[in-house]
Structure formats: C-alpha cells, structure tokens
Design a protein around this ligand. Structure first.
Ligand code: ZN
Length: 719
C-alpha cells in the first residue's frame, strides 16, 4: 500500500531551451518516445514562443504532433501569451502552462509585462480556451515564488495573492516554481501550505530547480505538504545553472529513485528511464548530463514501488486513494479498545499490522457476547504472529518498529515492558514513532487498577444514569472501549500532524475511565448550572411533552415524539384529538411537560388501539419523529443501511459470508469500504518478512523453530 505521485517531465521544454546546442527534431521525438516507454505520462514537450527568441524550439508544432501519437500521454506546452496559446491549441496540446512571475522585476525583465498585465493575459487565454478549446487544461504557474535574482526576496503574501488571482481568473490549477533555485525546505513547506489553504485542490505542481543542490530536499518537503505533481527534467537539463557545475532542474532519475525507494509509486521504470539518456548523449553531444543515480547505478537492494500489476494491485490502488495511505501501524492489542483504534486508522487507509502472540489473539476464541469482537474490529488489517519470548522474534519486531509510524497497544501495565516494547523503551530507540497506549485509566491514583468497560461505567456514573432509579445498568454496547479507541485514533492523527513540523513522535494515551467521565460530563455540568443532581435518564424530567416508548396493540412497542407546538397541532389533527388541542393546560410544550402525569395516561390509552405499523405510517405521513424498537439482528435488513452502502459483504474468519458495518462517516460522499476480510492468524507473515529483507529460507527456518507462525494455509496442507 502506498501513495503515488505524477512526475511531469519538462526536459524537452525547460531543458532544451537553455542548452546551446540545437537537438535535431528526430532526436527530440525519439527522446519523448523513450520517456513514454519508461512510463512517463505527462511531458512538457515544447514552448510556443517566436522562433527568433528560442530557435531551439522552433519545431514545437512538429514535436507536439509526434507526442500526440502516444496514447495516454498528456502533452503540455509552455505559452507566454495569448498568441502562443492560440498556436499551441492549434497544434493540439492537452495542457497549457503559463508562467507568471511573482517578482515584478523578473516579470518586466522576462516578458516585459507587469504581474497585473500577465494576470490579464491569463484571463484572455482562459476566455480563448473557453470559446475554442474547452477541453484544454490551463495551469498558471507562479514563477520566482521563492526568490528572484533581480529583486531578491519575494514577499510570501504576494505569492499567495498571485496564486489566488490566477485561480480567480479561471486557471484550472496553479503551481509554484522555484525558478532561481532559491528555495529551502522550510520555505517550501510554509508557502505550499499557505497557498493550499488559499486555493485548495487547485494547487498544482511543484517546479523546483536544483541550482544549489536542494532540489530533492525541496521536493520531499513539498511531498510532505501534500503536493503530488512534480516537474523535473531528465539529466537535470535546464533550469538556471548560475553556479558552475550545478545542475539546473531536479533530475528526473534521482527524483523517481527517491520516491520509488520510499514506496511512493511514480509509474516510471528506472532502468528504461536511464536508457533514454542515451538519446540525449546522441542528440546533444558535449552537453553535461547530471544525475547522482545514473552515475552510481541502482543499489542491489532496490525494490521499485511500481512493479507490474499484481493480483492484489487493484486493492492497492484503492488504498492509495485513501487519506492515510502510506502510514504504517503496528498494533499489539486485543479485545475492543486497541482494535477499534487500529480499525479507524485501517479503514482510513493506513497499513495496520496486527502483531499477535504465536497462539493467536485470544479475542479470536471468545464466546457469547465477545464472539463478534474479532470479526468486527480487525478487518482491513494484516496479521503476523511472533514469539516474543524468542530473541529472534524480538529482533523481527524491532525491524518492524523501524518501518512503522504508529504503535498501538492495549495490554496490562508492564506487559510489553518485559519485552523492551514499553512506550519509553520504544520511543528511545524510535523517536519519530507515535506510540499510543490505551488503558483503563490515565496517569493518577487509579492507574494500576484493572479496568473493564463495565467497571468504569459503574464507577463513572454512567450505569447510574442509564438504569431506572435503584437499578444501575450498563449501556447496551462497549461504549467506553469503542470511544476510547476512537479518541486514541484522533490523538494519533494529531500527533502525526505535529510530527510533520517537529520531526518527533510522542506518547499518546487514552483511557476507559476518563472517556466515561467525559460522557457523563453533561450531567456534571447540569449540576453545576442548576445545583440539582441529574436524575437517571428513565426518571429524568423530560424536556419534551411527548418523547416516550408506547406499548400498543399486540404488546408491540414504538417510540413517539411530539416536541414542538407545531408538532402538537399536527399530532392532534392527525388523530382527531381536538379536545386535547383545545385544552389550555396542554397549550405549549412546557405546559405539556408540567402536565405529563395527566397527559401521558390519556395518550397511552388512546394510542393502544393502533398497531405499531399503523402508528408508524401516520407519523411518517405527518412528518413527526418516531422509531420502531429494533433489535441489532434486524439491522442486517435495514433498508436505509442496505441502500446507502452502510453494510458491505464480508467473510467471517471461519469462511462464512456476512455483512459488516462500516465506519459511520462519509468523505466526499464516499464510505470507507472493506478492502480485506479479518485476517487469518499470521496470514501476512511471508510478505511482511520479505519486506523486511528476510528470504524464504530464513522465514521457513523461523517458522520451524516456532519464532513465527505458519500461515493457516500451510497448516492445512500439513494436516
Ligand atoms: Zn524551470
């Protein structure tokens, strides 16, 4: 599972316009074909400027024509003005890129137009596009966004303003260019973040020159700010190589290598990309070709992220689009609280590895009310079972720790300390890790007590509030476990966000008791406000005149509510209760609250002649609130859940099919779906070990020595 980026190759434009030699058109075409063959899918192939200004690119139309013959390639061209745009559109390009300098001085020197005149030029190009070529995409780039050789510093406010102005006049996207190689990673982060806040998804590519060697560092900083399109140039051609020996643009080969070795997909085959350099050597004799990777070669251990589609390639792609793609989580947990935390992260797209004891998470074997825990809270996760008592087992976990962003644990105090896996020990060795500890209590006098959801519901006032007076009752679900896990996930996301700034992880904690107290806090505040203790919910003084469960014909039950005076009128009209409506003692909601002891028996008697479904029909038709008293097993057939995709097919660990419930959120209207069934014990042991560099023979040895589990498939083959 990984993220992906789009590498937009600008060498044929940015590179060839700055070299002295003229590359023959036939070689340009061969180069573009070779880039395409390597997997490059967006190329800025030329620039439409008067031939007397850039004779090297006088063949722009011919080059575009060739590029258009390559299926699936986005063909881009740079245009400085409307006339260039018209020529580029006539040639058939898919995408126009228009540089607009943030530096007023640079703009005047470069195109003899002020920034404001250039904004006007972009507006004219947009109008032309809208009228003549509505499918052509327009990218207006803020050039000299990070500094300028003529005026020096470029105020960041002006860059943000310019980006907004370009989007406002109709550009489809706006990227930032470090035209002069002045940027540093901190500045990149700051400015990309500000511009994203200002223009959102219209933030386009990062075009970063490598004049002073910071190109890759700047690209990484932009990536960490969420930028996913990068301009670069094969062999580092182009840019503004003022310093002797410095390359111009970010080198495509090095950039692809950085991303691929990080596990970020580029879709580009590095070996084929390096072969394309041969055409440059031929077409531009004597021109220096840059690149650290081409000089050093690929390391032996290199594994490309974009290997050809594997059988599970489809599900990988789905994860790549999820918000937490690229975040790796190691989960030491059991029961409900820790697994819920992992589930939230997994559904959001993180790669969550459940590390189980060699005999398996005991939750897998729970009966009765615990039998739904494992299948509900462990979907979309991977499983590996490791013997922590074995030294080699601990070494494997240590390797895994080096590869993850987050650790989740919900074991008893001290359990993991014995294996050097306690929070302090792990954080000492891996300071970037976010370590989430989920317990019964946060630090304080109670912290060493054993807590369970029901225990804290009793001691935390929730059971008192839920049952009838004198009959404390736990809530009908593991509310503290689930919410405690959810709050831990929120804290983890915040810690990851903070790590982006500080580079440091941290310990985050969440606890059942504090969660329960938070739930009961509304009743504490009621006491603080009124001086009166809150009564248990079933005995409370209702705020609403009618807000009750009614037992009706055939002992069926239904919840009915009439909470406003408008609803009271509708209700009385609907059932012909004219005399009740006319009764001045029942006039307002507060009157009806005061008169509940008189009103409710009347209503209970009058409504008891109806069946629950008759009442539901009347309330539905009248737009009044009501609810059937449903049981969990009936929700599998709930028409709303079925129609809205809130239930999805899943396989239980024993192979039987069922439906499972998704997280109760939608993002851009999309529910976070099921990508993997709850894993069999140790199902991912081989893949995970191979990703850590273990070969098949060592995995088999570790399995036979009981350090690692055998996958259940191998077990069934053996028996
Ligand atoms: Zn450039």
């Amino acid at each position: 599972m990984s993220s992906s980026v789009l590498i937009s190759e600008v060498g044929p434009r940015d590179g060839l316009q700055s070299v002295d030699a003229f590359m023959p058109t036939v070689e340009k075409k061969a180069w573009i074909s070779a880039l395409y063959a390597a997997g490059v899918r967006e190329i800025e192939v030329s620039s439409f400027v008067p031939a007397r200004l850039l004779p090297q690119l006088a063949d722009a139309a011919e080059v575009v024509e060739h590029a258009l013959s390559l299926p699936g390639l986005t063909v881009m061209a740079l245009v400085p003005n409307l006339r260039g745009a018209q020529a580029a559109v006539a040639a058939g390009v898919h995408k126009l890129t228009i540089p607009v300098s943030a530096s007023q001085a640079h703009s005047m020197a470069n195109v003899r137009k002020s920034r404001e005149q250039m904004i006007e030029e972009v507006a004219q190009i947009v109008a032309y596009r809208n009228a003549h070529a509505p499918r052509v995409h327009i990218e207006a780039n803020v050039a000299t966004a990070f500094g300028c050789t003529i005026q020096g510093e470029v105020p960041e406010d002006e860059v943000v303003e310019l980006a907004c102005a370009l989007v406002a006049c109709g550009a489809d996207e706006t990227g930032l260019s470090d035209t002069t190689g002045y940027a540093n990673p901190a500045q990149i982060r700051r400015l990309f973040r500000r511009v994203r806040q200002a223009i959102g998804h219209k933030l386009g590519a990062a075009h970063l020159h490598n004049t002073r060697g910071l190109g890759l560092a700047n690209c990484l900083a932009a990536y960490e700010e969420g930028v996913r399109t990068f301009d670069s140039s094969q062999a580092g051609l182009g840019g503004c190589p003022y310093a002797p020996g410095a390359s111009g643009n970010v080198v495509t080969e090095d950039l692809v290598f950085m991303f691929e070795s990080m596990g970020v997909k580029t879709g580009i085959d590095l070996n084929r990309l390096m072969q394309a350099r041969e055409i440059l050597k031929r077409g531009l004799p004597g021109e220096p070709l840059y690149g650290m990777l081409p000089d050093a070669g690929l390391p032996k251990t290199f594994i490309a992220a974009s290997t050809d589609a594997t059988p599970d390639g489809a599900s990988d792609d789905v994860s790549a689009q999820l918000p937490l793609a690229g975040i790796r989580v190691l989960e030491f947990s059991h029961m409900v609280m820790g697994p819920t935390c992992g589930l939230v992260l997994a559904d959001l797209g993180a790669e969550v590895i459940k590390l189980e004891p060699i005999e398996g998470d005991s939750t897998r074997q729970l009966l009765g009310s615990g039998s739904g825990f494992f299948p509900l809270f462990n979907r979309n996760k991977k499983s590996i079972a490791v013997n922590l008592k074995h030294e080699e087992g601990r070494a494997i976990v240590e390797k895994l720790l080096g590869s993850v962003d987050v650790v989740i644990e919900n074991f008893k105090q001290g359990t993991l300390d014995k294996f050097s896996l306690g929070a302090e020990q792990v954080r000492m060795r891996h300071p970037r890790l976010v370590y989430a500890s989920l317990k019964g209590f946060l630090a304080g006098p109670y912290e060493h007590s054993t807590a369970l959801d029901e225990v804290v519901q009793m001691m935390g006032g929730l059971a008192y509030m839920t049952g009838r007076k004198g009959d404390p009752l736990r809530a009908g679900s593991s509310v503290n476990d689930i919410m405690g896990g959810m709050f831990a996930a929120i804290a983890i996301l915040a810690a990851l966000r903070e790590r982006e700034q500080t580079g440091q992880g941290q310990l985050v904690q969440s606890a059942l008791f504090e969660n329960n107290v938070f739930l009961v806090a509304q009743h504490m505040m009621q006491f603080a406000m009124t001086g009166k203790p809150a009564a248990p919910m079933p005995n409370r003084i209702s705020a609403w005149g009618i807000y009750d469960v009614f037992t009706v014909r055939d002992q069926e039950q239904i919840f009915l509510a009439v909470v406003s005076d408008t609803q009271w009128k509708i209700f009385c009209d609907c059932f012909g209760f004219e005399s009740l409506y006319q009764d001045p003692l029942f006039k307002t909601n507060n009157d009806r609250v005061r008169q509940r002891e008189r009103l409710m028996p009347i209503l209970r008697e009058r409504l008891s002649v109806f069946s629950a479904s008759e009442l539901a029909g009347q309330f539905e038709a009248a737009g009044l609130p009501f609810a059937p008293i449903e049981k969990p097993e009936h929700l599998f057939e709930d028409p709303h859940l079925l129609a809205s995709g809130g239930l999805v097919p899943m396989q239980l660990p024993d192979g039987r099919p069922t439906q499972t419930v998704l997280l109760p959120i939608a993002m851009n209207g999309r529910r976070l779906g099921l990508r993997n069934n709850p894993p069999a014990l140790g199902a991912d042991v081989k893949d995970l070990l191979q990703s850590l560099g273990f070969d098949e023979a060592s995995v088999m040895r570790l399995q036979s020595e009981g350090v690692l589990n055998r996958s259940s498939m191998e077990e069934s083959q053996q028996s």
